[in-house]
Design a protein around this ligand. Structure first.
Ligand SMILES: Nc1ncnc2c1ncn2[C@@H]1O[C@H](COP(=O)(O)OP(=O)(O)O)[C@@H](O)[C@H]1O
Ligand SMILES: Cc1cn([C@H]2C[C@H](O)[C@@H](COP(=O)(O)OP(=O)(O)O)O2)c(=O)[nH]c1=O
Length: 198
């Protein structure tokens, strides 16, 4: 079973991915807990190209290519082998993040995002949980964490609002696969909501 967690920065995805992996391990499953951009050696190297250095180094189109290159490597080297041996895969972000960050916020690029996904990825997670959060609260969590790595977090609240709307729209676009969970509660309560939704 292949599960992705999605949502805006600071919504609690990595916390929930970890709690879900623990819950599944307690039930005796082998779980591979992974993340994007990254999740394999090659994809982690591409991640560094994306999150370090001059933010204007890449055009929007090149950035989409890099996210897909990283995802292809992640899929080939980490996700597929795990699924083939019967493990569960829990990933902190997958293709929906590209749809929302690169596609939904720049509408004219959605065609490129979708065509490239079809061409080089060609599959979706079995289930996707969107952790929904008020962007102001999520931003506060991110600031509290003091993460300096992500240039992506430098965009303001207006951008985060667009992202939130983009993630909520996924549940309409993929009603069979995507469930939205309210992330505004203690982590353990949100974890129970995630398990319930799954
Ligand atoms: N339910 C929660 N309530 C309060 N703080 C949380 C909750 N979930 C996560 N956090 C904290 O908020 C910050 C961002 O959480 P994280 O799981 O890293 O989010 P993301 O992976 O979506 O960026 C971290 O400091 C984390 O400890
Ligand atoms: C996977 C992916 C991530 N991103 C962005 C979202 C994040 O701002 C940034 C780094 O992701 P991530 O490490 O998940 O950041 P956070 O834990 O703060 O949510 O990369 C994209 O723009 N497109 C993508 O396809």
């Amino acid at each position: 079973m292949f599960i992705s967690l999605e949502g805006i920065d600071g919504s609690g995805k990595s916390t929930q991915a970890r709690l879900l992996a623990e819950r599944l391990r307690d039930r005796g499953h082998e779980v591979v807990l992974t993340r994007e951009p990254g999740g394999s050696d090659g994809a982690e190297a591409i991640r560094r190209l994306l999150v370090e250095g001059d933010p204007d180094r890449w055009s929007a189109e090149t950035e989409i290519l890099l996210f897909n290159a990283a995802r292809r490597d992640h899929l080939e080297r980490t996700i597929r082998p795990a699924l083939e041996r019967g493990a569960w895969v829990v990933t902190d972000r997958f293709a929906d993040s590209t749809r929302v960050y690169q596609g939904a916020t720049r509408g004219e690029l959605r065609g490129l995002v979708d065509r490239l996904h079809e061409l080089v990825i060609g599959r979706e997670p079995d289930r996707t949980i969107v952790i929904d959060m008020d962007p102001a609260a999520a931003l506060k969590r991110g600031l509290a964490r003091g993460s300096g790595e992500d240039r992506f977090e430098e965009f303001g609240l207006g951008f985060q609002e667009k992202l939130r709307a983009g993630f909520l729209a996924l549940a309409r676009d993929f009603p069979e696969r995507v469930r939205v969970v309210d992330g505004m509660a203690d982590a353990e309560i949100v974890a129970a909501r995630v398990a319930e939704a799954l």
